[in-house]
Design a protein around this ligand. Structure first.
Ligand code: NAD
Length: 289
């Protein structure tokens, strides 16, 4: 069992840290928001007063923070004080460029580091079934596996530094496009007098099938558990999809890739997120009606 320093005990980090404690690891955590720190303390996390205190004795350091800028400032603070041989895991969703910079910065201080963004949301974080997309060299990947295991349903080594974030932005760009396309199909069906149930039955058994309909059907009825049956809550918040699409567009721009559908999806979600950030991202269908 390891001593783990955990920075960012929010909606995702809180339950992830709790699963590490439940697996027998010693977890020292830090979060500047008292409510997040208190909730983590109740699950057995040893809450520290500062980020430095949380990581100075850690063999593994995990960050689960809202943005690349915050990961950057946290790393600037903790890399100089971490103990020799510590390995760093950044599970925050940040840009590929920031992820590569953080890997290089850790290497300057002599530390192995991986980017390991997740999918699965708060539900997966709580159940310990997150999918981790890991970018890093083989030795770093091997070193972080035992710490990821209690939080994970699936761990995929995607390649070198930054490739976890690259996989995440590519996947979420596809997801955004598919969710809009599925919304368009259900609205067109309504106008053609075709029932939602019939369209659902056909698409889920045919070539148009995808997660955006089979699990996240954007109209109430065919799939009682989809967020559309509950005013689009809970689910994967539009604000988070909008953030991820912003990162995807940064990657499109920095690489010169061509992504006309992804770019249009990013525009639609940017506009929709302004007033609908808390709704599941399948609610984009409302703008199509
Ligand atoms: P959150 O806002 O609930 O939690 C982030 C926490 O980090 C907050 O409690 C905040 O106080 C804390 N924090 C900020 N600065 C800090 C610092 N310097 N040191 C320590 N803690 C600090 O966000 P979340 O939903 O837990 O998301 C975390 C990351 O996971 C984000 O990058 C997000 O994009 C990604 N993510 C979220 C989901 C989801 O469904 N919520 C799914 C996949 C990925």
């Amino acid at each position: 069992m390891s001593t783990i320093g955990f920075l960012g005990l929010g909606n995702m980090g809180g339950p992830m840290a709790a699963n590490l404690v439940a697996a027998g690891h010693t977890v020292a955590g830090y979060d500047p928001v008292p409510a997040a720190a208190d909730a983590a303390a109740a699950t057995g996390v040893l809450v520290a007063e500062t980020a430095i205190q949380a990581v100075e004795r850690a063999e593994v350091v995990i960050t689960m923070l809202p943005s690349g800028a915050l990961v950057r400032s946290a790393y600037a603070e903790i890399l100089p004080v971490a103990q020799d041989g510590a390995v760093f895991i950044d599970s925050s969703t940040i840009s590929v460029d920031d992820a590569r910079d953080m890997n290089a910065l850790a290497a300057k201080f002599g530390f192995a580091q991986v980017d390991a963004p997740v999918s699965g949301g708060v539900k997966g974080a709580t159940a310990g079934t997150l999918a981790f997309m890991v970018g890093g060299v083989d030795a770093a990947f091997a070193a972080v596996q035992p710490a990821l295991e209690p939080m994970a349903g699936k761990v995929i080594h995607c390649g070198g530094p930054g490739s976890g974030q690259a996989a995440k932005v590519c996947n979420n760009m596809v997801l955004a496009v598919q969710q809009i396309a599925i919304g368009e199909a259900f609205v067109l069906a309504e106008k053609l007098g075709l029932s939602a149930q019939s369209l659902f039955d056909v698409i889920t058994g045919a070539t148009g099938n995808c997660w955006a309909v089979s699990t996240n059907c954007p109209v109430p009825g065919p799939l009682p558990a989809s967020p559309a049956n509950n005013d689009f809550t809970p689910g994967f918040a539009t604000a988070l999809m909008n953030k991820d699409l912003g990162l995807a567009m940064a990657a499109v721009e920095s690489t010169g890739a061509t992504a006309p559908l992804g770019s249009h999806a990013a525009e639609l979600y940017r506009a929709f997120a302004a007033d609908n950030g808390a709704k599941d991202f399948s609610a984009i269908i409302e703008t199509l009606r």
